[in-house]
Design a protein around this ligand. Structure first.
Ligand code: URA
Length: 212
């Protein structure tokens, strides 16, 4: 498994504003969108392309276009939905599947309440959007669904990650034949006793959409 931690002043700046408890929801949503676009630039580095010949106003030349089958983007509801717009700006032709998952606040176990994925993911590069990689339980479950459907490559984009979550995903998929990459804005210090990332940014879903 590959882990890429963004090391870029713009990401650090936006993360600092995002973490601040004074940041309101509209600003939080805009920053999440901007951060995803920056992280997606790194996450799509290995996306498949093919060569085409085109004619510019000046001459004929060769270029690259996104290959078929198109990538699939899978936001994990609810908080991952806040990342979809930023990702779609970079990959407007990608197909979108949805996974709705919620974690029990006491046991921290993830359960799935919605699953709308393409039936066959063979040959597809899947980009999973989940802002907070905390215990890793949600991503592990999501990756298993995608591998079972035949995904060829899986890349998760997470705004923040905890070392415990990265270690759990790494352990679970250490023998996986499907290449897995995690691209994250920052690797934080730890999880607290409630499963929150420290220093983190609180509950990403609540900060995006309010407390429900
Ligand atoms: N989910 C969140 O929204 N925040 C955390 O810190 C951990 C999981």
């Amino acid at each position: 498994m590959k882990v890429h931690v963004a090391n870029h002043p713009l990401v650090s700046h936006k993360l600092t504003v995002l973490r601040d408890e004074q940041t309101d929801s509209p600003t939080f949503r805009r920053l999440v969108e901007e951060l995803v676009t920056l992280l997606a630039y790194e996450a799509t580095r290995e996306v498949r392309t093919y060569e085409v010949e085109i004619t510019t106003p000046v001459t004929k030349t060769k270029g690259q276009k996104l290959a078929d089958p198109r990538p699939v983007v899978v936001p994990i509801l609810r908080a991952g939905l806040g990342m979809l717009e930023g990702m779609s700006k970079l990959l407007p032709t990608a197909e979108v599947g949805f996974l709705g998952m919620v974690r029990d606040e006491k046991t921290l176990e993830a359960t799935t309440y919605a699953n709308r994925l393409p039936e066959d993911l063979s040959g597809r590069h899947v980009f999973v959007l989940d802002p907070m990689l905390a215990t890793g339980g949600t991503l592990i479950m999501a990756f298993h669904y995608l591998i079972d459907l035949g995904a060829t490559d899986i890349t998760a984009i997470c705004i923040l990650s905890a070392p415990e979550g990265i270690a759990a995903v790494e352990k679970e998929f250490k023998n996986s034949k499907v290449p897995i990459t995690i691209v994250t804005g920052a690797l934080d210090e730890k999880l607290n006793e409630h499963g929150y990332i420290v220093p983190g940014l609180g509950d990403a879903g609540d900060r995006l959409y309010g407390v429900v």
